[in-house]
Design a protein around this ligand. Sequence first.
Ligand code: GLY
Length: 373
Amino acid sequence: MERKVHVALEGRAYDVVIGPGLLQEVGARIAPFLKRPRVAVLTDETVADLHLDTLRAGLAASGIEMQALALPPGEATKSWPQFSRAVEWLLEAKVERNDVVIAFGGGVIGDLAGFAASVLRRGVRFIQIPTSLLAQVDSSVGGKTGINAPQGKNLIGAFHQPSLVLADTEVLGTLTARDFLAGYGEVVKYGMLGDADFFAWLEDNGAALAAGDMAVRVEAVARSVQMKADIVVRDETEQGDRALLNLGHTFCHALEAATGYSDRLFHGEGVAIGCALAFELSARLGLCSQEDPSRVRAHLKAMGMKTDLSDIGGTLPDAEALLALMGQDKKVVDGQLRFILARGIGEAFVTADVPKEAVLAVLQDGLADCQIA
Ligand code: GLY
């Protein structure tokens, strides 16, 4: 059942291994990367409680010693205070230039640990062991690392590719249904942005995926990672095509800022709502058929996902204020917002040519059933 995706970046190539039971074999899998049998692990308290003993045993089976630091779970950890705590701990743990840091957790830990590895002693290698669906299909692959700033998400960071990614699909079994579905927002994004057949496959197999069918999980993660790997190899530092991976993210980042990066809206939930809004905007601009946004919304709803702005609950800022929040997006070039729009399901493209009035109209209509602050 195991699958392997090769990320063929010249001089920085690595494999993403996907399948159940990888944690138990982790020592044998990472031994070829080690110069001495010890690793430093950055994780969070939730993942540590659930899986750290399994990781330790998997390493010990190959005679590898482990030291671990468990940070608090949640987005607030992607901050300077937790980052400096992690870097200083790694130095205290005497991690040397030739050692390997392990990122063991979801997107927050992967991003923070990767950034810590990128600056520690001017750069040490790191291995991603992603434990959330979102991290397995998106954030652990492609080398984007970093932390948040008060001015916005992921504004401080570095490109630093991992040496290996081990995506153990069995670990997904301990995610809450909400966390799993939030990660699914990134899975379905791949179908919407570049592979209509994958979107149709997800329409047929989404229920089995959510129910825990392991073969379907492996296939969904592998297809997502393959698409991400292909894009990252074409455009590692996001000069062009990599921006396609941000389908739905311009809307999402504004919604996350509006909800204070809190539990009111998980990132993947914002991506799903953002994708629905991006298709709505595309249809209104005459780029895709009216049926496409309906089909996107129907699938998200069938999966039980947040789909509309009104699904967020509580009060939201008005459309003008949401548009202003989009201005902090990293995709702003020369003050011009760039959107990922679509000519159909599986046919996304990047454009700066979007009339502000059209964006406002989509937001205003979406906010019609919401409480406005
Ligand atoms: N998550 C978007 C990217 O890696 O480019």
